[in-house]
Design a protein around this ligand. Structure first.
Ligand code: MG
Length: 374
């Protein structure tokens, strides 16, 4: 006997949703809503999906590489679809089955573990959350009374059951009469434990839910730059001019810190490097303030609807000393990027007198930038 199997109910047409595709097939991070739900369960047990016959191609695309059991075709409503899924497993029945909504893509592993634990002692187990809002009975847009929320929980999925008991309950149930499997199972006399659910387990209901539940696409870019030191009177580092007996050579103002940071931001956007956007061969950038480059990268971030969450620059040199200028550098980078200064870090290190930076032949800089893309 197989230990347990998850059935993901994905046969809905999303008629209430009104989107371009059934909501379970909408993109969700680097997968789809259904793909995310399946990936959350796959580490615990084999997964089979119940799908609409018209969605076969979308299903194959959404679950490619996930190693799922063959899909089962659903029925005219959720209850019929679950029944079809259970009947498809009946020849080789598992001990337990978990029934999950495809439209709940954020399934924490801890919730699955709590359900499996509770199933050792109960016919069924479902995650739930105590109702926190005041409950009203409303008629014609008017409150006609407050309902006590004492002891009221809202129930999520996945819902786990002893497989033979749930199959039998479905076979006995009147068609299209229960909103979920706990309701159906309880009507058949099964005992259902309620375990702690999770707010992230929310169901995709409105079109805007998909982007909100998926969260931002966080990316980190890295940049590195070196400029040669030549005799001179000052260097510009991270936008701050520092008196020095040397100068940085380069076709712009040679601000290595700002160049590395510009490259880090371009890297997080996967938009090439500073040399592609500002070719050294182009005379218009000769002696240019590097603020132009960093400002350009910032504008590209805005144009993508993205945000710079944090950046971190490390300058590598024996001299000049960076410490006294660190806060001015942070303030200048924050001003150009239009982000709070507490999201900008500037650090410095020597290279222990080793290599070209140690010999004072040049200054190097490394930077990272962390961006949130929509
Ligand atoms: Mg450079």
């Amino acid at each position: 006997m197989r230990d347990r199997i998850a059935l993901i109910v994905a046969a809905g047409r999303g008629t209430r949703f009104g989107g371009p595709a059934p909501k379970q097939y909408l993109p969700f991070g680097d997968t789809t809503v259904l793909g995310a739900a399946a990936m959350a369960l796959r580490p615990f047990m084999p997964v089979a999906c119940v799908i609409h016959p018209d969605d076969r191609a979308q299903y194959e695309a959404a679950t490619a590489g996930l190693d799922l059991l063959p899909p089962v075709f659903g029925g005219p409503d959720r209850q019929a679809s679950v029944r079809n899924g259970l009947e498809a497993l009946a020849d080789e029945p598992p001990e337990h089955v978990l029934v999950h909504d495809a439209a709940r893509p954020n399934l924490p592993a801890a919730v699955v573990r709590r359900i499996l634990e509770a199933l050792a002692a109960h016919d069924g187990a479902a995650p739930g959350l105590p109702v926190a809002d005041t409950l009203k009975r409303v008629e014609d847009g008017r409150s006609v009374g407050t309902v006590s929320r004492d002891g009221l929980w809202r129930i999520q999925t996945p819902q786990g059951f002893r497989f033979p008991a749930l199959l039998e309950a479905h076979r006995q149930a009147a068609p299209a009469s229960f909103s979920d499997d706990t309701a159906l199972a309880e009507a058949a006399g099964l005992h259902i434990a309620v375990v702690q659910g999770d707010a992230r387990l929310e169901k995709v209901t409105e079109p805007g839910d998909v982007a909100r539940l998926a969260g931002p696409d966080i990316r980190t870019g890295h940049g590195f730059d070196v400029h040669r030191l030549v005799p001179g009177e000052s260097v510009t580092l991270c936008g701050v001019s520092i008196a020095h007996n040397m100068a940085l050579a380069g076709h712009s103002d040679a601000d290595v810190g700002m160049h590395a940071l510009t490259d880090a931001i371009l890297g997080a956007l996967a938009e090439g490097d500073i040399g592609q956007h500002f070719p050294p061969s182009d005379p218009q950038w000769k002696g240019a303030a590097s603020e132009v480059f960093l400002g350009h990268a910032r504008n590209m971030v805005s144009a993508r609807g993205a945000r710079i969450l944090h950046c971190d620059v490390t300058l590598v040199c024996e001299a000049p000393r960076i410490g006294p200028h660190r806060d001015a550098m942070r303030a200048e980078l924050a001003r150009i990027l239009a982000i709070p200064v507490d999201r900008v870090s500037v650090k410095a290190t020597t290279s222990e007198r080793l290599g070209f930076t140690g010999r004072g032949e040049g200054i190097a800089a490394q930077a990272t930038a962390t961006l949130a893309l929509p």
